[in-house]
Design a binder for this molecule. Structure first.
Ligand code: FDA
Ligand code: NAD
Length: 427
């Protein structure tokens, strides 16, 4: 027994929501499209989980952040899917896929067949056990990938008021959760192996701006080390974190953000995998012409760098989704995916945006003070390849985005620092 659809989207996250909207705009008929997701709710804007969702006052709750509100577009509630004849199969994990037969097998035992499959399975949070540390299942150890995790974290935050939190990891989850914990009046210590936060993107100078502010808010940083084990009480709750440097930190709550792994396992041996993701071409089409991949799980050609990349950010999930649907529905009219990587974050009153590639030499500009912007340019082989800006206006961000997209030649690196935003304005 099973059902058949023309289009099946496997995964119900950000990319799935934006793909669904694009399908309806391009004219999908009732009953042609199905979304199958392990999550019990319709696609939502995942970035809300580490920000508005964790606020102590008036926290964001569904349905307010269903896709596609994050791009100031329609809000796709379960009613919207119904009205558009899209089958939402929620709370259902797909346990196997047969690419040759074009079928999926769900954990409930149902077989779903497709003509075109879009893989939008995103990624999973890496577990401490993968680094040899036991204890992830303790009730006060929190990860943050989906709504279930966010609910658990919000509950643990409530029961830890004025207590101590240890945040493991100095990346996006670590920085955004640490800020949310401070806002919830919890004492925070961040632990990470690198010399400064956000090591994948920030320079030491950029990092120091944020770290100084976090310190002023009471956050302590323990850098250059990792945790080795937990101490537990008789209820198997974590009471302290033991570090490799020999120190011990008391903990009422532990938040872990140590990176992700793309959910590719259903397709290993069936599709080509590259750089940890499902390899697709500039139409987001995999090594099987009936299967597309979008969002965090896809490794696609980033034309501006002439390289295959897998990105882990919401803008790329949204745009790769739209592009894939366009390529499926109107192949002749759809060109190559020409994507400029875009990352952003918001913590406390800070808000930064980054465009391009953090590669090559860096030139900083501006000094951050309230109301003033601060930024950096990356220059590789004589061309501008990356731009970062904190505290810019909407127009400023558009300016650095456009300039980075044009990849202008840079002859005088020092002048970039002197001209600052002015350089991008003249490109
Ligand atoms: P996503 O993870 O959104 O969705 C994958 C879906 O597939 C899930 O619904 C999952 O349950 C489902 N699935 C997986 N395997 C399945 C199976 N076998 N069967 C059925 N369903 C299955 N980015 C950014 O640019 N700015 C930001 O501020 C943030 N903030 C942020 C906060 C938090 C807490 C997280 C976790 C992430 C961010 N991100 C972000 C990253 C951004 O959210 C991420 O890049 C997108 O959600 C990726 O969208 P996808 O649809 O690819 O995966
Ligand atoms: P990340 O890759 O940003 O950071 C991982 C961090 O883990 C590293 O910076 C490092 O400090 C730390 N780390 C690695 N091994 C460790 C160890 N053994 N012990 C302690 N620390 C260790 O990943 P993340 O912060 O977990 O974020 C998960 C995903 O969510 C990413 O895809 C990210 O892009 C996404 N996300 C994005 C945003 C945003 O774009 N604003 C916000 C939240 C989450």
């Amino acid at each position: 027994m099973g059902r058949a659809f023309v289009y099946v989207i496997l995964g119900g996250g950000v990319a799935a929501g934006y793909a669904a909207l694009e399908f309806t705009r391009r004219g999908v008929s009732d009953g042609e499209l199905c979304i199958i997701s392990e999550e019990p709710v319709a696609p939502y804007e995942r970035p809300a989980l580490s920000k508005g969702f964790l606020l102590p006052e008036a926290p964001a709750r569904l349905p307010s952040f269903h896709t596609c509100v994050g791009a100031n577009d329609e809000k796709l509630t379960p009613k919207w899917y119904k009205e558009h004849g899209i089958e939402l199969v929620l709370g259902t994990r797909v346990k196997s896929v047969d690419v040759r037969r074009k079928t999926l097998l769900s954990s409930t035992g149902e077989t779903i067949s497709y003509k075109i499959l879009i893989i939008a399975t995103g990624a999973r949070a890496l577990k401490l056990e993968e680094f040899g540390v036991e204890g992830s299942d303790a009730e006060n150890v929190c990860y943050l990938r989906d709504l279930g995790d966010a609910n658990r974290l919000a509950t643990t935050i409530k029961s830890s008021s004025n207590g101590n939190a240890v945040v493991i990891g100095g990346g996006y989850i670590g920085m955004e959760c640490a800020a949310s914990l401070v806002i919830n009046k919890i004492n925070v210590t961040m632990v990470f192996p690198e010399a400064h936060c956000m090591a994948r993107l920030f320079t030491p100078k950029i990092a120091s701006l944020y770290e100084d502010y976090y310190r002023a808010k009471g956050v302590k940083f323990v850098k250059g080390t990792v945790l080795t084990s937990f101490e537990f009480d008789e209820n198997k709750k974590v009471t302290a974190v033991n570090l490799k440097d020999g120190n011990q930190l008391p903990a009422d709550l532990v938040v872990v953000g140590i990176g992700i792994r793309p959910n590719t396992s259903l397709f290993e041996g069936q599709l080509t995998i590259e750089k940890g993701g499902i390899k697709v071409n500039s139409k987001m089409q995999s090594s099987d012409s009936s299967v597309y991949a979008i969002g965090d799980v896809a490794t696609f050609p980033v034309k501006i760098f002439g390289e295959m990349r897998r990105l882990e950010h919401v803008d790329s999930a949204r745009k790769s989704a739209r592009h894939a649907v366009s390529a499926i529905m109107e192949p002749e009219k759809t060109g190559e995916f020409d994507y400029l990587p875009f990352f952003y974050s918001r913590v406390f009153a800070f808000s930064w945006q980054f465009y391009g590639d953090p590669a090559g030499e860096v030139m900083h500009f501006g000094e951050y003070e309230d109301g003033k912007s601060f930024g950096a340019y990356w220059v590789k082989k004589g061309y501008l390849v990356g731009s970062f800006l904190e505290g810019g206006s909407k127009e400023d961000y558009e300016t650095i985005s456009k300039a980075t997209q044009l990849k202008p030649a840079v002859t005088d690196l020092e002048a970039l620092g002197r001209e600052g935003l002015g350089f991008a304005q003249t490109v």
